[in-house]
Design a protein around this ligand. Structure first.
Ligand SMILES: Nc1ncnc2c1ncn2[C@@H]1O[C@H](COP(=O)(O)OP(=O)(O)OP(=O)(O)O)[C@@H](O)[C@H]1O
Ligand SMILES: O=P(O)(O)OC[C@H]1O[C@H](OP(=O)(O)OP(=O)(O)O)[C@H](O)[C@@H]1O
Ligand SMILES: [Mg+2]
Length: 316
């Protein structure tokens, strides 16, 4: 017998609440089940799984080391682990929350610095003028180095910053910063602007699987159940069912609807939510109707693509 499927979710901060809401929306309620400080939980209705509540950064680390099978954390933190993320973890689903852009930002007063190419010139100038390298304040060392290298910026050094990074230029601790931003308010408040080609990563929360963990058949089976529910809910959020009288006789017309993005279903079609109106109009224009569109709660497809790629990567 192998142990439970271990799933890590954020224990604090803005991601925690959003992850709980998302799971509850899928009908998967978390119930804290104790552990020394309440840092363990179960998912109601998903036997064979154990949930660990960890910080977002620790979740990225635990996926990396294989201590957990699945985890929810920011893509920025996963990529910051360095090396080739794809060989260590599989991104199963982008969750649409926890959005933040990792950006290169410089003082607004640098009027003619708008691109990474301009920044390269600044780096040269600073070195020539002062004999010292331009300083970049960040806690995202890995992604900063990779991005600057890709843009040919070499004459700089990183001053590691773990908080209030945006204040570093005004405080004289660095010339520029690399940090995450969501609304941009903190950058503006600190007199900083994002370089035109300075977006390193558009991050959001991801459900990821560890490729370093040991996966038993039993653990994979629990993961499959979980992923099927999550995918069914996500598909439902994006679709509507369209039905109309005597749809069975409308083979040719359904062919047109499929060409417009719909999927054939008994009694009608399933349409992407943003095409409900367009597809209904194709029908009413041909005299069909009334067309009734309703939003499903779950759409369980016969196959579950994220699970299939996971199984392919971790089996044998
Ligand atoms: N406006 C935001 N500010 C900070 N983090 C955000 C924001 N929006 C989304 N996130 C995401 O939340 C995650 C960071 O969460 P959190 O700060 O709780 O984790 P942590 O860095 O591990 O914890 P700590 O800061 O205590 O070390 C990152 O993936 C980040 O991209
Ligand atoms: O673009 P904005 O909407 O202004 O948000 C971005 C800011 O929010 C976060 O800081 P937070 O207050 O969470 O503190 P932390 O960096 O210590 O986590 C982040 O590190 C940025 O500083
Ligand atoms: Mg933080």
């Amino acid at each position: 017998m192998s142990g439970p499927l271990i799933i890590a979710v954020p224990s604090k901060g803005r991601l925690k609440e959003q992850v709980e809401e998302w799971l509850a929306d899928c009908g998967l309620k978390l119930s804290v089940s104790g552990g020394a400080r309440g840092y363990m939980a179960e998912i109601k209705g998903l036997a064979g799984a154990q949930v660990r509540l960890l910080s977002a950064g620790d979740i990225a680390e635990a996926l990396d080391s294989g201590e957990v099978h699945l985890g929810v954390t920011g893509e920025d933190l996963l990529r910051e682990r360095g090396g080739d993320l794809d060989s260590r973890a599989l991104l199963l689903r982008a969750l649409g929350f926890g959005r933040a852009d990792l950006v290169v930002a410089v003082p607004k007063s640098w009027l003619d610095v708008d691109s990474m190419a301009d920044l390269e010139e600044v780096a040269h100038d600073v070195l020539a003028r002062t004999g010292r390298r331009m300083r970049v304040a960040t806690k995202y060392l890995v992604q900063t180095r990779a991005y600057f290298a890709r843009h040919g910026v070499a004459d700089y050094r990183i001053t590691e910053s773990s908080g209030a990074t945006e204040g570093a230029p005004a405080a004289g601790a660095a010339e520029l910063i690399v940090d995450i931003t969501t609304t941009g308010a903190t950058l503006v408040a600190n007199g900083l602007k994002i370089l035109g080609d300075g977006v390193i990563l558009r991050s959001q929360a991801q459900l990821a699987a560890s490729l370093r963990a040991t996966w038993s058949d039993g653990q994979l089976a629990v993961a499959e159940r979980l992923l099927r529910v999550i995918e069914a809910r996500a598909t439902a959020h994006d679709s509507a069912t369209l039905v109309w009288p005597d749809s069975e006789g409308d083979e040719d017309l359904i062919g047109d609807l499929v060409a417009a993005g719909a999927t054939r279903r008994p009694n009608g079609v399933l349409a992407p939510v943003d095409r409900i109106a367009a597809i209904s109009l194709l029908l009413t224009a041909k005299g069909r109707g009334p067309v009734t569109a309703s939003r499903p709660d779950f759409v369980f497809e016969t196959s579950c693509a994220p699970f299939e790629s996971l199984a392919r990567r971790v089996k044998n």
